[in-house]
Design a protein around this ligand. Structure first.
Ligand SMILES: [Zn+2]
Length: 269
């Protein structure tokens, strides 16, 4: 950031309306540029003076409504671009976001946060879908992966075959859900990660609403940040399939696991 750029954005910076990236640039510039430090101090002094000395005139009647209307008209297309643009959140000043929330209503974005185990599972899925080599044991062999898990977790985990749906096994890793041990099986189709989690259900608060019945089984289904989640309970374990793939595909996977888990726990007990 040059001196000129900093001076131009000084007001916005002081109003905390510069956006994260530019604010960081400005901060960095201010750590070494004496002349901008001076300008910054002066501007701050001036603003402080304004705040204490000048009485605030009341906003003329109807102003608020006009601002809302203007924002409404202007904000909608931009807001839509935001939804598809993803990363552009950072460039928007917080104050504008708040106004946008008031003006157009952030209902879909402000949907109630998913219950803790669900958001944690989605977070893990998202982290491991971004790393190279997310599995600790890399193997497409069900028996090898099952054997690896058997030696590391205290509960029996079925390793299903999703290949009829074109979803192939990558491997597995050990994970944790709120400090409880969790088995994490990784699958992939078309470069999209399919995460299958299994963890002891005891002590985990599962969502109360949002369950659907498929056949004789109940599944909790939701979509969080573009990722589908299907979660269910079977015996002492809870399972979850998490992926950006379709809900139907995930439910198919879930039913496959259910069938397999039924036979696994039946023979193991
Ligand atoms: Zn400077």
């Amino acid at each position: 950031m040059t001196c000129d750029e900093l001076r131009a954005g000084l007001g916005a910076y002081l109003d905390r309306e510069l956006g994260v990236a530019h604010s960081l640039d400005a901060e960095e510039h201010l750590t070494f540029c004496m002349s901008c430090q001076w300008a910054y101090a002066k501007e701050r002094e001036f603003r402080a003076l304004l705040e204490t000395r000048l009485p605030r005139p009341p906003a003329p009647a109807g102003l608020r409504a006009r601002i809302r209307a203007a924002l409404d008209a202007e904000a909608r297309p931009r807001f839509r671009a935001l939804l598809t643009g993803g990363r552009r959140w950072a460039a928007l000043p917080v104050a504008l976001l708040v106004l946008l929330a008031l003006a157009v209503g952030l209902r879909p974005l402000m949907a109630p946060a998913p219950p803790p185990p669900v958001s944690e599972l989605v977070a893990q899925h998202q982290v491991y879908s971004r790393v190279d080599g997310p599995a600790e044991i890399v193997s497409t062999d069900q028996a090898a992966v099952a054997g690896w898990l058997e030696q590391r977790v205290r509960f029996a985990v079925p390793v299903p075959d999703f290949s009829p749906a074109g979803i192939r096994l990558i491997g597995a890793r050990l994970s944790a859900l709120s400090d409880r041990e969790m088995a994490y099986l990784l699958y992939e189709k078309d470069r999209q990660l399919v995460s299958l989690f299994a963890f002891p259900r005891r002590g985990v608060t599962l969502p109360s609403g949002g369950w659907i019945d498929v056949g004789d089984s109940s599944f909790y289904v939701t979509k969080v940040r573009g990722v589908e989640v299907v979660l269910w309970v079977q015996g002492d374990l809870a399972y979850a399939v998490v992926s950006p793939m379709s809900r139907e595909t995930l439910l198919e996977c879930a039913l496959t696991v259910r069938r397999l888990a039924r036979t696994t726990s039946g023979s193991g007990a």
